[in-house]
Design a protein around this ligand. Structure first.
Ligand code: ADP
Ligand code: MG
Ligand code: MG
Length: 254
């Protein structure tokens, strides 16, 4: 079952074309990694998939579980089962983390035609999910992300993912400053939540995240397109030989 199909996607920001004909297909049960040098358009891809208003799609198509994703508002995308980690690290003073999680979760249930969970049942569910991320329950009563450390925000993000059980989780590890603990939190979350019914897309500049997550397919992005794809050995080769090696191989082939 194909979960995400991206065909010849083109997108621009401020009149500059950043995605230049990107194609990608992700099936249920797969973990994909996208690697690539800085500025190759990795974060742009995740923003376009999230529906960020500054990014204008100028060509191609994106089909998510049979629906035209580009027709959906950002909120509808999330309700349909796409999870984008960076959508959530916003800080909302005065809204407790617990309330935010319950509202997000119930919105999703409502969308699926299910009854909302009351506070009592939700509390039981969230305790289960806390185990997955080994989060201190005290965090639930704090304002959303307010004063959270980088690692705590990551943990919270993975908690949201564990709760919402998306069909497709897209994790853009934009922050090259992520410490090893934060990387492990992300990796453990991905490894525990990956199943035959969902798919994961992990975007990273560094190979080190892939020491903890074993992707089925590794893609390399360069100048707004996926230029080569392979197995996890490709990631290791990139780590050893750098991105220039991919460019040289491609030039030699052309
Ligand atoms: P990556 O995540 O692979 O490092 P990005 O998607 O962040 O790459 O950026 C790709 C290119 O798009 C870069 O050249 C960057 O400067 C440009 N870009 C990204 N966002 C904007 C923006 N809001 N305005 C102008 N240029 C942008
Ligand atoms: Mg970058
Ligand atoms: Mg980036």
């Amino acid at each position: 079952e194909v979960i995400l199909s991206v065909r010849d996607l083109r997108a621009e920001v401020d009149g500059n074309e950043i995605l230049k004909g990107l194609s990608l297909e992700i099936k249920a049960g797969e973990i994909h990694a996208i690697m690539g040098p800085n500025g190759s358009g990795k974060s742009t891809l995740s923003k376009v998939l999230a529906g960020h208003p500054a990014y204008v799609v100028t060509g191609g198509e994106v089909v998510f579980k049979g629906q035209n994703l580009l027709d959906l508002e950002p909120e509808q995308r999330s309700l349909a089962g796409i999870f984008l980690a960076f959508q959530y690290p916003l800080e909302i003073p005065g809204v407790s983390n617990l309330d935010f999680l319950r509202v997000s979760y119930n919105a999703r249930r409502k969308h699926e035609g299910l009854e909302e969970l009351d506070a009592f049942d939700f509390d039981e569910l969230i305790q289960e999910k806390l185990e997955i991320v080994k989060m201190n329950p005290a965090f639930l009563n704090r304002s959303l992300n307010e004063g959270f450390s980088g690692g705590e925000k990551k943990r919270n993000e993975i908690l949201q993912m564990a709760l919402l059980e998306p069909s497709l989780a897209i994790l853009d590890e934009t922050d090259s400053g992520l410490d090893i603990d934060a990387l492990k939190i992300v990796a453990n979350g991905v490894n525990q939540l990956a199943s035959a019914d969902n798919a994961m897309l992990v975007i990273t500049h560094y190979q080190r995240l892939l020491n903890y997550i074993v992707p089925d397919i590794v893609h390399v992005m360069e100048a707004g397109r996926i230029v080569t794809s392979g197995t996890k050995e490709l990631a290791e080769e990139l780590e050893n030989r750098g991105y220039d090696w991919v460019k040289e191989e491609l030039t030699a082939k052309a």
